[in-house]
Design a protein around this ligand. Structure first.
Ligand code: VGL
Ligand code: ZN
Length: 191
């Protein structure tokens, strides 16, 4: 069984949002097309309480629970999402991965959910390549899922120039397949 995992395709990570990723909204049509090829699609949401620890250090306040910035991009097709996993809900610990918090203590339930559905391969895309997509893909690999990253359905924050390319390299070295959306149909056939 294959699953598509849509990472944090939320308003605050799109142009005009609180932590905008350049071209973040461009992943939306690609993600919508990709969804049609999967029987199982899940999504994550960055879902911080007000005053989250990360707002004092690394990031401006973003994806605050219940605010418009935390909603999915309005053009994202959410009608086929089997489940939405919330991350970053602990006020003190951040969670870049869709599977675990950054201390690897708290699970979102995504891993168990995918296993229970008989998933062996995951295709990951969304925002941002160099943070949440990267850590989601690395955890998927660590949990034993064959992991594909659909690169044209991802965009990076690029706090430092080159972060996106470096992140893709790290994922590849860790065992992820980097693929483009037009190649996904072929990869699925080879299941
Ligand atoms: C993210 C920074 C802070 C992400 C979330 O979704 O990549 N990045 N919170
Ligand atoms: Zn966040």
């Amino acid at each position: 069984m294959d699953a598509l995992v849509l990472v944090d395709i939320q308003n605050d990570f799109c142009p005009g949002g609180a932590l905008a990723v350049a071209g973040g909204d461009e992943v939306v049509p690609v993600a919508n097309e990709l969804q049609k090829q999967f029987d199982l699609v899940v999504a994550t949401k960055d879902w911080h309480p007000p005053g989250h620890a990360s707002f004092e250090t690394l990031w401006p306040p973003h994806c605050v629970q219940g605010t418009p910035g935390a909603e999915f991009h309005p053009a994202l097709d959410t009608s086929r999402l089997a489940h939405v996993f919330l991350k970053g809900t602990d006020p003190a610990v951040d969670s870049y991965s869709g599977f675990f918090d950054n201390e690897h203590k708290l699970s979102t339930g995504l891993g168990d959910y995918l296993r229970a559905q008989g998933v062996t391969r995951v295709f990951v895309c969304g925002l941002a390549t160099d943070y949440c997509v990267k850590f989601t893909a690395l955890d998927a690999l660590r949990l034993g899922f064959e992991t594909y990253v659909v690169t044209d359905a991802c965009r990076g924050v690029e706090v430092n120039a080159g972060d996106t390319a470096r992140a893709l390299g790290e994922m590849r070295v860790a065992g992820a397949h980097l693929t483009e959306s037009r190649q996904v149909a072929e990869a699925l056939k080879q299941g």
